[in-house]
Design a protein around this ligand. Sequence first.
Ligand code: RP5
Length: 171
Amino acid sequence: MKEKSAKKNILVSVVMGSDSDLPIMTEATKMLEEFGIGYELILTSAHRTPQRTTKFAVSAAGRGIKVIIVGAGAAAHLAGVIASQTSLPVIGVPINATSLNGLDALLSTVQMPGGIPVATMAIGKAGAKNAALFAARILALDDKELSAKLSSYIKKMAKEVEKKQANLTTL
Ligand code: RP5
């Protein structure tokens, strides 16, 4: 099922506030690759490079991007700032980057004022993985092949639980 993203139509932007977020956001890119979804990796910060962030946000839809995944830690305003400048769906991944263990990023990402939605995932690796799966579910709305891949993925997960159950009972 693995396909290289480089030659694919780029439909998803995976944005990070810092290169220190990459080990977490790799969980998202791995899933996108598994589903054969083309993506781009963008490094930009709401606070350190506000103009670069605006340039990215206002141009994304025109470049054919359909979904934006944003990982950021600390006072994580990046997803909200991007969501405020595009009508594309924005999925936020709070990252554990400070002594507050990601709670700061979670609240900064999820507590958006009414009118500017950010679909906020769990803190860290599970959130990054789910961000990619959520993007896949959005794209699958008008992509039957992708929809079938998602169904197989869900069935495979269920089978794995059954296998683990069988292993438990033979212990
Ligand atoms: C945020 O600050 C980034 O998203 C990162 O999670 C955090 C720390 O960044 P660095 O100081 O490691 O570059 O903007």
